[in-house]
Each structure stands twice: as structure tokens, then as C-alpha cells.
Design a protein around this ligand. Structure first.
Ligand code: GLP
Length: 250
């Protein structure tokens, strides 16, 4: 696990975008795992800028998102489908047939989970997975207690996660109770993981991820066991981590 410190959110986003662009350029048909939430918005802005200035094309890229709320259709402003189109897909040349998100309104959610997992396998797995982290250690929507063996599945969201995400909705009651998420195993099978962390409110979670026991009660701790994880975090998020473990460059 390599930890790279940046000054602030902007420099974290820029460094992440440069790294993603370089990685995509080296692969013939790259498969990119994507995350939602506030953290990756800056990264997506930089990717759009890079596309507009002809530094990168997404024509050969396939994308798989980590998760989607159950019960929200694609047009719902709070669905991750809507988020991804708003913050990235509508502004770059990724073909729509290459875009994959779990369908949160599928008739049979379990069938949808299996089919999503199969779709990831059928393109040969994810080359680089972008991740954020929840304050309770969730990755994707894998809440504390999720089995490290899990594949794409339906989850009941923790009240704390629903509260954290309520800022995007008109009221707390509108935040769905369930989501479909890639499982811990699905995430761990990515060849490379790029975790972005920003702000002092994530410092405790980041410290636990790096120094804590690998334990299902803190899902992100599993990342300690992945062969190729890079964490790009800003200074505020790294306030609990000794500078000895931190580098300034990729
Ligand atoms: C959400 C998403 C996660 C994300 C996390 C942190 O619940 N499902 O994938 O990493 O929240 O979000 P934020 O970046 O807004 O803090």
C-alpha cells in the first residue's frame, strides 16, 4: 500500500487524474471501476478537461460503477446513474454500451447482482478501481460486518451512511434503505485500486484503514491485503498518520 500526500482536495484530484490517464493510455481496452460521492467529483472534472484538450479518449474504455441505490430509476437526480452522467459520461466519448451500473429497479435484484458480477468477469475484470471511503469504513456500500468473501449483493444501508448521504436528498426520509454494491471480493479482484481521501472528517477512518486490524467490522481494512493499492490523500485526511509512511510522489 502506497500513500501519497497532496496539499489539498484540488491537488489530490489532479494527481489522481494524471495517474488514471497514464494508466488508461497503457492499456488497449481499459476497464475502469468508478465511485460516486463528493470525493471523486474533482477527478472527473480533470478527466473531462483532459478529454476536451485531446489528452485522452474514452472510446475504448469500459466502466463499472461500485454501487447504486435500490428503488431509484435512472432519471432520478439522486441515482448514481444520474450522477455519473452528470459528472462524467455526458462530457466524454465513452460509448454508452460500455457503461455499466447496477440496475436498482430490476425486477429481481438477486438476478441483477449475479448478472452484474458476470459482466465484470466477461470483460476480464477491472484494471483500476477508484474508491472513496465512508467514515464507518465502508467501501462501495459494503457496510461494517460485510463478509470479505462477498460478491455483488443487495445491502441494507446503515443509518449513519443514510445520514451522511442525506445531504444530497431533500430529506433524510428520501434516502433509500437499500443499495446494490459490488462485494468486497469483487473490489479486491481489481488489478489496481486507487483510493481518494480528503478532509479531516475522514482522518480517523484513514488511520484505521492503514494501521487497524484487518477486520470485517471495518471493511476498508481489507485493502491492507491487496497487492496494488495507492492512496492519494490530502494533508487534512492524513493528520493521524505518521509522515514516515507517506510519500509526496506517485
Ligand atoms: C457513498 C458511496 C461510496 C463513497 C462514500 C463516501 O456512500 N457509496 O462509494 O466512497 O459514500 O462518499 P464521499 O466521497 O461523499 O464522502
Amino acid at each position: 500500500m502506497k500513500i501519497i500526500q497532496t496539499k489539498n482536495y484540488q491537488s489530490m484530484s489532479k494527481l489522481a487524474s494524471q495517474y488514471v490517464i497514464n494508466t488508461l493510455k497503457q492499456i488497449d481496452k481499459p476497464v475502469l471501476g468508478l465511485a460516486t460521492g463528493s470525493t471523486p467529483e474533482g477527478l472527473y472534472q480533470h478527466l473531462i478537461k483532459a478529454y476536451q484538450t485531446h489528452q485522452i479518449s474514452f472510446a475504448n474504455v469500459s466502466t463499472f460503477n461500485l454501487d447504486e441505490y435500490v428503488g431509484l430509476d435512472k432519471e432520478d437526480k439522486n441515482s448514481y446513474h444520474y450522477y455519473m452522467h452528470k459528472f462524467l459520461f455526458n462530457h466524454v466519448d465513452v460509448p454508452s454500451r460500455n457503461i455499466h451500473l447496477p440496475n436498482g429497479i430490476a425486477n429481481d435484484l438477486n438476478v441483477e447482482c449475479t448478472s452484474y458480477e458476470n459482466r465484470i468477469q466477461s470483460v476480464g475484470g477491472i484494471h483500476i478501481q477508484i474508491l472513496g471511503i465512508g467514515k464507518n469504513g465502508h467501501i462501495g456500500f459494503n457496510e461494517p460486518g460485510t463478509s470479505f468473501e462477498s460478491r455483488t449483493h443487495v445491502v441494507d444501508l446503515d443509518e449513519s451512511t443514510r445520514r451522511a448521504n442525506a445531504r444530497f436528498f431533500d430529506s433524510f426520509d428520501e434516502v433509500p434503505n437499500q443499495a446494490i454494491t459490488m462485494g468486497i471480493q469483487s473490489i479486491m479482484q481489481a488489478k489496481e485500486i486507487l483510493l481518494l481521501v480528503s478532509g479531516s472528517e475522514k482522518a480517523e477512518a484513514l488511520e484505521k484503514l492503514v494501521n487497524g486490524k484487518v477486520n470485517e467490522d471495518f471493511p476498508a481494512s481489507i485493502l491492507q491485503t491487496h497487492q496494488n493499492v495507492k492512496i492519494i490523500a490530502d494533508k487534512a485526511a492524513l493528520e493521524n498518520i505518521s509522515y514516515r509512511y507517506v510519500s509526496e510522489t506517485m
